[in-house]
Structures are given as structure tokens and as C-alpha cells.
Design a protein around this ligand. Structure first.
Ligand SMILES: [Zn+2]
Length: 168
């Protein structure tokens, strides 16, 4: 099973390894080349790259594409690492709660709240009828699914209220 976690920023040993790697790269660096690209050209090239990337991204129909339709969209990350890990997993739709069945070679589990649908992140956050009141109490707006991930504190409050925050 593959679980995404954000980069190793904040981990002392890894940051030291990065510093040493950057230092070694600078020592061995080739002379900087200036091709004389003007700011206008850089802007045109950047725009072309983003347009190509967006075209490729739009061929995707994943959970992540639904909540991040634009490749040029700023992500608002929560301040602490644990929250960043949870939010990243929610955005990808892959969490220990919803995908540990793969590792255990079991069938996909049903929702633990309504027992009527597969246990998925979308079902828990947006669709489960048994969680309507919890969503309302935490003011979680699931009308626009991608906006749900923009307010981490409401989302975290909701996940705490349904006692799933430690299973993600
Ligand atoms: Zn349900």
C-alpha cells in the first residue's frame, strides 16, 4: 500500500542532508549560463508550460483532479505536519481507514456510519446520509467539493466530531 506524506521539511536529519547536498552541488556547479531571455519570453514560456500541463491534467478523472481542477492553484496547507499529512491523504482520497483493506487482502469495507456504500473519502466528507447533522454542526460546506479542503479547521473539527481524525 502506498501512502503519500508531504516532504521531509521539519525533520532535522533530513534538512541537514539537504544542506550538505546543496553545498556539494554548489561546489561542483558549472558556470551559470545566461541565454538572455527577457521577462516577456519567460512569461510566454511559463504560460505555455502551464497550458500544456493543464491540458494533460484535464484528461485525468481522479479524486485529486476533482478537488484540484487547476494546476496553477495555490494550496493552503495547515501549519502542523500531522495536519498536512492528513489533508494530503484526504485530497488524494487514500487513507489507512479507506485503503488498509488492500494491504490486508480484504474486500473494500462498507461505510461504518450507514453500512450502505463503500467506505471512501468522498462518501464520508460529502455523501454519507448518516453524517448530515455532523456536517451541519461543524459548518462543513460540501456544496462545492473542492472548497471543502480549503478550510482545514472546519474539516478537522468535523473529522474529530465523527471520531475519525486518528484513522486517517
Ligand atoms: Zn455512509
Amino acid at each position: 500500500m502506498f501512502m503519500y506524506t508531504p516532504s521531509h521539511v521539519g525533520i532535522t536529519g533530513n534538512e541537514r542532508a539537504d544542506e550538505l547536498a546543496k553545498s556539494a552541488a554548489l561546489d561542483a556547479a558549472l558556470p551559470e549560463t545566461n541565454y538572455g531571455l527577457s521577462t516577456d519570453w519567460k512569461s510566454i514560456i511559463k504560460s505555455a508550460v502551464i497550458n500544456t500541463w493543464q491540458s494533460q491534467w484535464d484528461l485525468n478523472s481522479s479524486h485529486l483532479h476533482r478537488i484540484t481542477p487547476s494546476v496553477n492553484q495555490d494550496l493552503h496547507l495547515p501549519p502542523d505536519r500531522r495536519s498536512q499529512v492528513i489533508l494530503s491523504r484526504l485530497r488524494l482520497g487514500h487513507t489507512p481507514l479507506t485503503h488498509s483493506y488492500l494491504l490486508n487482502q480484504e474486500d473494500r469495507p462498507l461505510c461504518i456510519f450507514c453500512q450502505q456504500s463503500d467506505l471512501t473519502i468522498t462518501h464520508i466528507l460529502r455523501d454519507c446520509p448518516a453524517l448530515i447533522n455532523s456536517r451541519k454542526a461543524c459548518q462543513v460546506n460540501c456544496g462545492n467539493y473542492s472548497m471543502l479542503f480549503e478550510d482545514w479547521f472546519k474539516l478537522k473539527s468535523f473529522l474529530r466530531s465523527i471520531k475519525l481524525i486518528n484513522n486517517l
